[in-house]
Design a protein around this ligand. Structure first.
Ligand code: SF4
Length: 478
């Protein structure tokens, strides 16, 4: 099992540390911009937090003088931002990175780095150092802010640098960000997790919880709204425990209320919530502020109290359901989604039936379900009574069947109603149509044109399907 790191308190980067990283950025910029245009490619695996981190990596690379490219074969530097949540994700990142060996053979000046959860642990960095001689550098999630210094060491010293998460986690404000989408932005409000759910590797690779200061978050959001951003998603592994280190001065509900005071036409979403920390105050704040999307992602993971205990989730089926009832009482139109793990070690048929019954009771709009997969280093991987694939494989479709029926019923209520939708662009699955998301985060497909991208429009829903709504624009939504 991976050892729990000591609970080292986080701190903010000092002015001197910030200055020093800026100086490294300038030195690299002088080298990079001296000759032909140099290009940087950032490849991302994993969750929204990783996507947000990649936008910061890309922002730093741009500040260093690199132009962005999406093609690894055109790049002068490749940074692979990895995920460690599942063994499969780690193996995939390694195998893709393995393919870069031939790129380096063709272009020996190519610089290759790996960042993120997979290289946050020292052992993983050591393995890369030994087995992947063409990788020039690694840095863990807590060392992202030091990328200019690491990269300068590689470029100037022609040496390999491996930098796992060690020591005090440091939060640095003002890192440049290269956002993928001008209308939708991720804003990390906190980092790390304290919960140690027994199946999860995150607390071992992203460290203990630490919140950004409210004024830093508010300033970032003010800037985004002023630049025309229409949707802001606040990110944290457990946003409900935001602000614990501020001594009750600003909890997550307070932060949301302050954000909603920023003038402008935009909506705020957040993820992810932990049911043990989601408060009634938060639900009241949402109900009182129309800028907060009517969407709540509340991962239940299992409907069985016995399994919830084994998962170390620290809530019960009943406390969870009472939260759902309170949400629906305060916001009858709220869309609720969840995560469920099928086949956690020791899950009996009775436990699984409890999961089916909580799905029927909670009546989710959407569900993200996963078959339990062993994550080495976590307590659950060592538990006796791992469930055979034949059993999990048989349970999984039964769960989907129950949820799909409910999803369709929940979508059918929107037929013939008009919903405000932020237009994302052409649908990936159906390029004839445009797609967007409702306040409840439901996908809507409709006819539009490119000039509608990034705007709110009103859409009359003509047909409901299990995973999407179909509609037509009835007027400009602003
Ligand atoms: S709350 Fe649990 S599942 Fe979520 S990141 Fe923390 S440990 Fe992992």
């Amino acid at each position: 099992m991976v050892e729990k790191r000591k609970d080292v308190p986080a701190r903010y980067a000092t002015a001197q540390e910030i200055q020093s990283q800026m100086e490294y950025t300038s030195k690299i910029r002088a080298i990079v911009t001296a000759g032909e245009v140099k290009k940087a490619c950032v490849v991302t695996y994993g969750c929204q937090q990783n996507e947000a981190d990649s936008e910061r990596i890309a922002g730093m690379l741009r500040a260093m003088g690199y132009e962005k490219t999406d093609k690894e074969e055109n790049a002068d530097i490749i940074v692979v931002n990895t995920c460690a949540v599942r063994d499969h994700a780690e193996q995939r990142a390694l195998s893709i990175t393995g393919g870069y060996k031939h790129l380096k053979a063709k272009k020996p000046s190519l610089i290759i780095g790996i960042s993120g959860c997979m290289v946050s642990k020292k052992e993983s960095g050591d393995r890369i150092k030994r087995s992947y001689p063409y990788i020039d550098f690694t840095f863990g999630t807590e060392k992202l802010w030091q990328m200019p210094e690491i990269l300068y060491g590689v470029i100037s010293g022609q040496k390999r640098i491996f930098c796992p998460n060690e020591g005090k986690p440091i939060t640095m404000e003002g890192i440049p960000v290269l956002r993928e989408n001008p209308y939708k932005a991720w804003v990390s409000i906190m980092y790390g997790c304290n919960n140690f759910c027994t199946y999860c590797i995150v607390p071992y690779v992203r460290g203990r919880e630490r919140s950004r200061r409210p004024e830093d978050i508010l300033n970032e959001i003010r800037g985004l709204v002023a630049d025309g951003c229409r949707e802001i998603t606040l990110l944290g592994q457990n946003v409900n425990s935001y602000g614990k280190e501020f001594g009750g001065e600003c909890d997550f509900a307070d932060l949301l209320a302050k954000i909603c005071e920023i003038e402008g036409d935009y909506i705020v979403r957040f993820m992810t919530s932990h049911p043990k920390d989601a408060s009634r105050k938060l639900i009241d704040t949402m109900a009182a502020n129309p800028k907060i999307a009517r969407q709540f992602h509340l991962p239940v993971q299992s409907g069985s109290d016995r399994i919830l205990k084994a998962m170390n989730r620290n809530y019960t089926r009943e406390s969870y359901l009472s939260l759902i009832r309170y949400m629906r009482e305060k916001m009858p139109d709220i869309a609720i989604s969840t995560d469920i793990i099928v086949g956690f070690p020791g899950e009996t048929e009775e436990d699984f039936e409890e999961t089916l019954s909580i799905v029927r009771e909670a009546r989710y709009d959407m569900m993200y379900s996963f078959i339990y997969s062993k994550r080495s280093g976590t307590p659950a991987a060592e538990m006796a009574d791992q469930i055979p694939p034949a059993v999990t494989g048989a349970r999984f479709p039964r769960l989907l069947e129950v949820q799909n029926e409910i999803s369709l019923e929940r979508n059918l209520v929107w037929e013939n109603q008009t919903l405000r939708v932020l237009v994302d662009g052409r649908s990936k699955n159906n390029p004839e149509k445009f797609s967007g998301r409702t306040d409840g985060n439901k996908i809507v497909l409709f006819d539009a044109d490119d000039s509608d991208i990034g705007k709110f429009v009103n859409i009359r829903i003509t047909k409901a399907q299990t995973f999407a709504l179909i509609g037509e624009i009835v007027n400009d939504g602003r």
